[in-house]
Design a protein around this ligand. Structure first.
Ligand code: ATR
Length: 259
């Protein structure tokens, strides 16, 4: 039986096992997918289990997306551009890292019929997933990206990699078509405390649990279109599954019921 894992810290709340185990069963693949909490000093040994064929694939989440890179033999362009890995697999004797958050974000938006071509995007937050979102948006041909973060130095750091983005102060609201909450604010029902005063815009939250954060709730009440990160999550998993199992699993009503 093959074994797949998602590694992170904390990891309790990850829904990846539910999703992957559902698809494994549907596709009659003799495998199991589990979550495991690791410490920094356990990463290398864990990745070596993949090298020794004890395990067969790893998903990586916060705070290890960057930290695992030094234990890989090779990585994809998406990893090079974002400095983050969320999927690890073995090809021949080599351990390869890929970042399916980039495709996951794009496919999720396309699924929801949100078009970013020539649009101005405003991103809140500078955590682990933001470089993937920026790289994805640039690939889709957006016009302009504004980035803000409570700790501005972290946003400035992302700008070193993506020179064309504009970093603005926390609390400033530029003219935009789509605003993306990529902070962790909203996970516990908390509010960003930003005053948008706009309508007919698109508000996107990377958070999908709760389904409607305060950020989305208020935006909807003001007459904006809203979308949460559920499809980004599903599509990044879908891409990882395809890499490991050579099968593209179906995203249907049954899958959506998992959430
Ligand atoms: P990491 O930074 O470890 O990747 P993350 O959950 O991906 O973790 O990112 C957390 C994001 O939410 C950061 O942008 C963080 O802002 P800081 O860099 O200033 O910490 C943001 N965040 C968390 N709590 C916040 C709050 N109360 N107000 C505004 N931003 C907040």
């Amino acid at each position: 039986m093959k074994k797949f894992f998602v590694i992170g810290n904390p990891i309790k709340h990850s829904l990846s096992p539910e999703l992957h185990n559902f698809w494994l069963k549907k596709n009659k693949i003799d495998a199991i997918y589990e979550k495991i909490k690791l410490e920094d000093n356990e990463l290398e040994d864990f990745i070596n289990k993949l090298r020794n064929d004890e395990i067969h694939g790893i998903n990586v989440t916060v705070p290890f997306k960057n930290k695992v890179i030094k234990y890989l033999d090779k990585y994809s362009l998406e990893v090079e551009e974002t400095d983050s890995v969320n999927t690890i697999y073995k090809n021949g004797d080599e351990i390869i890292g890929h970042n399916t958050d980039v495709a996951g974000f794009e496919l999720g938006l396309r699924h929801s019929k949100i078009n970013t071509l020539h649009k101005t995007i405003f991103i809140l937050g500078a955590g682990g997933v933001v470089p993937s979102i920026i790289y994805s948006l640039i690939g889709m041909g957006c016009k302009k990206i504004f980035l803000t973060n409570r700790t501005i130095a972290k946003a400035e750091n992302i700008k070193k990699k993506f020179k064309d983005i504009e970093v603005i102060k926390w609390g400033e609201i530029p003219d935009f078509d789509i605003v993306i909450n990529a902070t962790s604010v909203g996970l516990k029902g908390d509010s960003l405390g930003l005053d948008f005063q706009v309508k007919d815009k698109i508000f996107y939250d990377v958070i999908y649990n709760p389904k409607e954060t305060q950020f989305l709730k208020k935006a909807k009440e003001s007459g904006n279109k809203i979308e949460n990160g559920k499809f980004m999550f599903i599509y990044q998993a879908n891409q990882s599954f395809s890499i490991w199992n050579n099968t593209i699993p179906k995203i249907d009503e049954e899958v959506l019921k998992i959430f």
